[in-house]
Ligand binder design. Structure first.
Ligand SMILES: [Cu+2]
Length: 127
C-alpha cells in the first residue's frame, strides 16, 4: 500500500510538472523544435516549414515559452486576447532569444502574433 501511494504521488508530480516550449521563428513562420541547421535553410525549403509550422498550441498555466529568432528578419511577438496582453516578447533581431522564459500565468485563449508580420500567428489556449 505504501509503495502504491509513493508511485501515485510520483505520477501526479510528473503529470503536473510544467513544460518549456521552444518556438523558433524561421521563414517568417513559427516552427516547432527544429534544429539550427533546419532553421538556417527553412527560408528556401517549404517542406521544413510545412512539417514544423505551429498554428495552434495548447499549454497549461505554469508552462514556459521561449522564442528564438533564427530568421533573417526581426520579429516583434506578443500574445493578446482582445485588450489583455498575456506576454510581450518585444523586438527580436535575427539570432535573438528571450533568455528569461515567459511563464504562462493566466488561463484563456490568446493570439500570438508578430506585429511586423501579421500572418505569423498562433492560436494559444492556456488551460
Ligand atoms: Cu515577424
Amino acid at each position: 500500500m505504501k509503495s502504491f501511494i509513493v508511485i501515485l504521488f510520483t505520477f501526479m508530480a510528473f503529470s503536473a510538472s510544467a513544460e518549456t516550449i521552444r518556438m523558433v521563428q524561421a521563414a517568417k513562420a513559427f516552427l516547432g523544435n527544429i534544429t539550427d541547421e533546419q532553421a538556417s535553410v527553412a527560408y528556401d525549403d517549404p517542406i521544413i516549414e510545412e512539417e514544423n509550422k505551429v498554428e495552434e498550441l495548447k499549454l497549461k498555466v505554469g508552462d514556459k515559452i521561449q522564442f528564438i529568432n533564427r530568421d533573417e528578419v526581426s520579429h516583434n511577438v506578443s500574445a493578446k486576447a482582445s485588450d489583455v496582453v498575456l506576454f510581450d516578447v518585444k523586438l527580436q533581431d535575427p539570432g535573438a532569444k528571450n533568455d528569461k522564459l515567459i511563464e504562462l500565468k493566466s488561463k484563456g485563449e490568446y493570439t500570438v502574433q508578430c506585429a511586423i508580420h501579421p500572418k505569423m500567428k498562433i492560436k494559444l489556449k492556456v488551460e
